[in-house]
Design a protein around this ligand. Structure first.
Ligand SMILES: [Ca+2]
Ligand SMILES: [Ca+2]
Ligand SMILES: [Ca+2]
Ligand SMILES: [Ca+2]
Length: 672
């Protein structure tokens, strides 16, 4: 499915055909035949590898004017399209409407474009002798090459040729509406659309090695000294390390009471009752903190057939519940919100035991607290037939219609489908990245539907196999949430996608295969945790390898933006001005599942982060949320706690302030 800008409706020629107003039967038949020919002859979407030397900003510089238009009429008989100019984002352009004569080689436009479709047009090449030429993006990966019939009639256009989807897709291949946003941002000087990665991870420490494959890992503050510590699970036991000075880590497994565990695959950590003492969840067993060590607690009933368990506030009361994927479907063990009281099975009450609602279906499961902007909790179950489930007014979860996906296990039974829900396609709305054994899916809500846009986000279409689960974090500290996918398979590389904004993603290792060290990333991880281990405002990674090694990767991306000379590329110069906010949430209640938003004075959302959303395969990320703000100005930082309580604070970013600032957010006094 391609994003298309026709009133937010996905590109669907068949639907447009049926929506067409009554035509004579013969014309309809001719149109149907032509449409079938389009299906047969149009090249399938290419890989749209990003071309760093030809980007929307380069095309802007090469043309006299850049316009956004909206199609007002399509006349296949006369081979004409008319469009209204809705914005002139660069240069000058007097006409308010244009008429496009469509040549035979471009007549696909007559059948694939509908009224309301957004176009972005680069008009009048600056190159001598080419002043009449123009280039139009019409969504759905379609670029049209054409010209003005003569310079004295700038409103009379011709489209003569369809641009090659591979080479032109390297400029952009997503939604025309998103490209129009980029053009408006270029006009306002706030554009940020990097075509080259500016990210670097270095192997800082190997914390230890198990004799068997590692499973879930965690970055958590075990001793409450403010520094993140590490836990790793494996098929041959659990180990914990406390961070000391200078990134040195000391094994504290025995001291913390965890030495007797012979195997575990998932870990999470939370203060489940507001006592100030954290509890560990290891494979669905709750370990509560005594004076020094952790002790197994009988508060949590055993979970049969466990695949993976994590903490999530599934019932939105502010207290983290246990959310588990099992061999017989999802399970939710509700936190009683009373110290020492038992967790109770709420699976049935939440509707999750019904066969068509996930009951009986094995798969990893993840949760997000504010899917719809009104506190609507969503779950994604990565079963063979995956399910996106939203909590309804009746308190139960109900499946939402999504494109048909399959998350079949690999031939050897290796799982996949560990999805992440985050601000991936847009900052203002959440979407779901689903890894699969052959590629990915990106589920994006569009009005009342959910569509899969994975083929229209540039390098998300690149080949990948055997990917198990995904984490969303801003790995290059540029303000956009990126994707790190663990392969979960020995000798199959993990995959990183950098989010460029505007619905486009880049595979950084294609341009520079030294960005991640080969050890860990290249050998395949099972466990991945993110957190700012060294407190510089850039998120670091802990990888639990399928080779049993547990590796700490320090993020050195910030070093790439110091001492820039004049030859530095535009967007690196821009991100070098970004300032970092490390936001700590105070208190236990509502922190897991909290949603952080930063809005500018015009109300534009410039950053969003979901707390505790990266636990789907049994790893756990914590520490402050690290937010990069690229433009100086006054902002509002809002926290929506998982039970709906709201805190807000004004934050001013000065371009000459220190690079990183730590901010604490407390719950409003009335909601404590
Ligand atoms: Ca610590
Ligand atoms: Ca709860
Ligand atoms: Ca990023
Ligand atoms: Ca860091």
């Amino acid at each position: 499915m391609y994003p298309d800008s026709n009133a937010g409706v996905g590109h669907c020629p068949t639907k447009e055909l049926f929506m067409t107003v009554r035509r004579p039967i013969r014309a309809m038949a001719a149109r149907l035949l032509a449409l079938l020919l389009v299906f047969v002859t149009v090249t399938p979407p290419g890989f749209a590898v990003i071309n760093p030397f030809d980007q929307p900003i380069d095309q802007t510089k090469k043309h006299h004017a850049v316009l956004t238009l909206r199609v007002t009429a399509v006349d296949p008989k006369e081979k004409q399209i008319t469009a209204r100019v809705t914005a002139v984002t660069t240069g000058a352009f007097a006409p308010t409407d244009v008429r496009i004569q469509v040549g035979d080689a471009a007549d696909q436009a007559l059948f694939s474009l509908g009224v309301g479709q957004i176009l972005v047009a680069f008009v009048g090449k600056k190159r001598k002798g080419h002043e009449e030429e123009l280039l139009c993006y019409a969504g759905a990966g379609n670029w049209y090459l054409g010209r003005m019939s003569e310079l004295s009639k700038p409103d009379q256009w011709q489209w003569n040729e369809i641009g090659d989807p591979n080479s032109m897709g390297g400029i952009f291949n997503g939604s025309a509406t998103r490209l129009a946003e980029l053009m408006a941002d270029i006009a306002a000087g706030r554009d940020f659309f990097p075509a080259k990665p500016a990210m670097q991870f270095r192997l800082a420490r190997e914390l230890g090695a198990f004799t068997k494959a590692s499973r879930g890992v965690a970055l958590v503050d075990l001793d409450g000294d403010g520094r993140l510590d590490a836990i790793a699970t494996s098929e041959s036991g659990v180990r914990a390390w406390l961070q000391r000075d200078d990134l040195a880590f000391a094994d504290a497994t025995a001291a913390l009471g965890l030495a007797g565990i012979t195997a575990a695959s998932s870990v999470a950590m939370a203060d489940v009752d507001g006592s100030g003492r954290t509890a560990l969840l290891l494979d669905g067993v709750l370990w509560q903190r005594s004076a020094t060590a952790f002790m197994p607690s009988a508060r949590l009933p055993p979970i049969a057939g466990l695949l993976s368990a994590t903490f999530a506030d599934v019932d939105s009361d502010g207290w983290p519940d246990v959310l588990a994927g099992t061999a017989t479907g999802p399970r939710v063990l509700r936190n009683p919100a009373k110290a020492d009281a038992p967790f109770t099975d709420a699976t049935s009450r939440l509707g999750l035991d019904r066969p068509d609602y996930g009951g009986g279906q094995p798969g990893m499961i993840t949760a997000v607290q504010d899917w719809d902007g009104h506190g609507g909790c969503a779950l994604f179950l990565g079963a063979r037939r995956p399910l996106l489930l939203l909590r309804g007014k009746d308190g139960g979860f109900h499946p939402v219609t999504t494109p048909e996906l399959e998350c079949a296990p690999a031939d050897d039974g290796g799982r996949t489908g560990g999805a992440v829900i985050g601000p991936l396609w847009q900052t203002a709305a959440l979407s779901v990245l689903v890894p699969r054994h052959g590629g990915f899916s990106l589920l994006v809500p569009e009005q009342k539907r959910v569509l899969d846009y994975i083929g229209a986000c540039n390098e998300t279409s690149e080949y990948s196999s055997r990917q198990l689960w995904t984490l969303a974090e801003d790995l290059d500290a540029d303000g956009n949430s990126d994707i790190y996918t663990a392969s979960g398979a020995a000798d199959v590389s993990d995959v990183c996608h950098l989010n460029r904004g505007y619905g486009s993603f880049m595979r950084p290792m294609k341009q520079d295969d030294q960005i991640f060290p080969a050890a860990g990333h290249g050998g395949g991880s099972w466990g991945v945790a993110a957190g700012d281990v060294n407190g510089d405002g850039a998120v670091d990674l802990l990888l639990g390898g399928t080779d049993g090694h547990v590796r700490l990767l320090i993020n050195e991306s910030l070093k790439l933006r110091t001492n820039l000379d004049e030859s530095a590329v535009l967007y690196l110069t821009k991100v070098a001005k970004a300032r970092l906010l490390a936001v700590d949430l105070v208190g236990a209640r509502g922190a897991i599942g909290a949603s952080l938003r930063v809005t500018d004075q015009q109300g534009r959302l410039v950053a969003r982060r979901e707390c505790g959303g990266n636990g789907v395969a049994g790893s756990w990320s914590s520490g402050p949320s690290c937010l990069a703000i690229r433009e100086a100005g006054a902002y509002t930082l809002t926290v929506r706690w998982s039970d709906g309580a709201i805190s807000a604070k004004t934050v001013t970013i000065d371009s000459d302030q220190v690079l990183m600032r730590r901010i604490t957010m407390e719950r409003p006094p009335t909601a404590r």
